[in-house]
Every structure is written in C-alpha cells, then in structure tokens.
Design a protein. Sequence first.
Length: 398
Amino acid sequence: MIGRGLFAELKAKGSIDALAFYARRARRIVPMSVLVAVVVLVFWAANASPLCFALFERPWVNDSVPRSAIASVAAVSNLWQWLLGNRYNVSDSTSPFAHYWSLGVEEQFYLVVPVLLVLMLVLLRRARLVAVVLGVLTAASFGWSIWLSGHDVVRAFYDPLSRGWEIGVGATLAAVVVLYGIHIPPLIGRLSAGAGTLAIVAFMVLAPLEAWPSWWALIPVDGTALVIVGGTGLATGWWGWPPIQRLGGWSYGRYLYLYLYLYLYLYLYLYLWHWPALLVLPLVLEREATLGERVLAEVAAAGLAAITHYLVEAPGRRIGIGTRRRQVVVLLGAAGAIAAVMGLAVGISVFVQRGLPNPVLAVLPSQIAGTPEPQPPIPPPRRGRPLPTCYPPGFVPR
C-alpha cells in the first residue's frame, strides 16, 4: 500500500515529496504509539512503587521498562531487543514494549525508502529500472536473512536488513504493477487470492517458531503477495466485506497473528494494545492466566483499539498536511511528543528507583517490610587477646 502510493507519485511527478511522506507517516503512527507508551509507563510506575507493594505485595519490578519505552518511541525497539538478546513471543519477556520491534522495522523502512528511491531514480534515470534494482535488493536481503537464521537467530529476528525483504516483496510488487502498468485478469486474480489465503492458513497451522524467520517466512510473505496480486490494490470478493475492512482499520492496536489481514491494513490499531494486556493479566490475577482469561484480555484489547481508533487515530488523520508549513508543524509535533515520552520515562525511572516519601513507609511498615522478629542481645566482646579470623586445620579455640 505504501509502496504503491510512492511509485504512483514517482510515475506522475518524476520525484517523491519526502517531507510530505514523513508527515503522513508521523500523523498515522505517532499518536497511538505515544499514547500506548504513556499508559504502559504510568501503569508500570504505579505497580513498581512502594505504595503498590504496601497494598498488594506484588510490585511489577523490571528496570528495563523505561529504557524499552525510550527505544520504542524512538523507532529502534528492534535494535534494543537485539541488544538484550530477547526473542519476542519465544522467550518469557516481561517487557510490555517487546512488540514494538516490528513497528521499529517498519519505521526504519519508511525512513530509508523515499531517499533510496530518489537516489536510484537519479542514478538510473529510468523509473522502470527502479523496480528491477528493488527486486535485486530484496533478494539480497532474503539471502542475508537465510544465512543469519543459521548463525545468529536473535539478530536474524530483529536485524532490519534481514527483515527488509519481507517489506521489499510488497514494495517490488507495487513497483511492477504501477511502473509497468500490469493488469491482472479477474480469473487469475481470484485464483491468486485463493492460493495466497491457503498458504497463509497453512503457515499458521504448520510453521514452527523456533527457527524464524528462515525459509518459513516465505509462506506468509508470498501468500500475502498472492492475495495482493489478486486484488492489485482493490478489495474484491469476501475481502471487501465491511467487517473485514473495519477489522483492518483497527488492526494496529492488537496483533491478531493473521497475516492475511496485512492486505487490509493489518498493521494499524489492534497491534499495540494486545501485548500489554496479556502481560498485565498475570499481575492482576497473581497467577498464570487460563486460555479463557487470555481470550477476554484480547477482547478488552480490541475494545481499547476501537475506542482509541475513533478518539485518537481518526482525528489525527484529519489534520491537514497540504502545505509545507503544515507538514513541518506535524513533524515537529511528533518529535515533541516523542521527546515528552522520553522525558516521562526518565522521570518515572527516577521516581521508582528513589521510591515514595518516608510517610508512606511509616504508615504501613508491617505490610511493606513485615514485622521484624525479636533478636537476642549481642554479647559484649571478650577481653584479652583477639582471636584470629582464620584458624589452622584441627584448631579449636578455648
């Protein structure tokens, strides 16, 4: 979708307005990303405070949460998780920002691609050659991903160069369709969409998570590409069913694990809420959540996604960016919001490390530290020559 808009602009104008593109992406992504980060940070601060321990005796202690929040809103969460050596949804991560890794890969792609396309156009001087070079770069990224998957699984999971081919397939497809003006016959389109859907469903059933991305990633990526080829950018058949369209509009706030909805704006609003909801659930229940409780948490995340979609994301998308001044204002506002979240994360980290004022500790000392057991008095030291601290073997002091 993003690639099609860029290549349509490239074909019509011979260039790309990078500033307008960045303003559109900031208007779309930053509001929800910042909102979820603030909610999670405040919740973490409340649960990690001495007051929470005094009332519930179950603080949420994870010193990396503020730093993870900073990395997440700065669009480098994937690099931060790579540095920590975590695997999202594989290791028992306790970070409520672990799922921001894919948003980081996406935003890094958005940052680089407009500049890369302009450079390729300047060097190649023919728009159609851009699709060829983009396909070569995508193939190189796939080869790098396969090699990394056999040598460094964590890096292969988070490295934007090893993940770039997954986005590059869609971008190359958009370049071919737009720049070469290819039209897909209706029968071929239906067959392609059906085959892509079957491939995605098969992946959901069969694919292992231990060796990822590796060759297994070809199934959902190529399946999604086939679905896109079936519609060439238009929702046809059951893909145009209004509930599916609406679900695609909400899908950024909670992750459904259904890659087929990538064609219908999967990556929108159901994504960001799902992981914090699942992570908070055991803290509230003070035990492992059952399957039914996890489903209820997902339903709650869907409700939050729907509410924030209408109250935050939809109004943000109506902000005009038709002039250079408006574009600069949007970008500066996004940068200011990100900086504010970073400052909040630092402040909350200091607050939690220093704890609450002493009166709170004085009011509930037994709940915070427990009632101390009486200790026997310490006998006075013996007079005379002090005994050595270490005795030779077999020596018994008198």
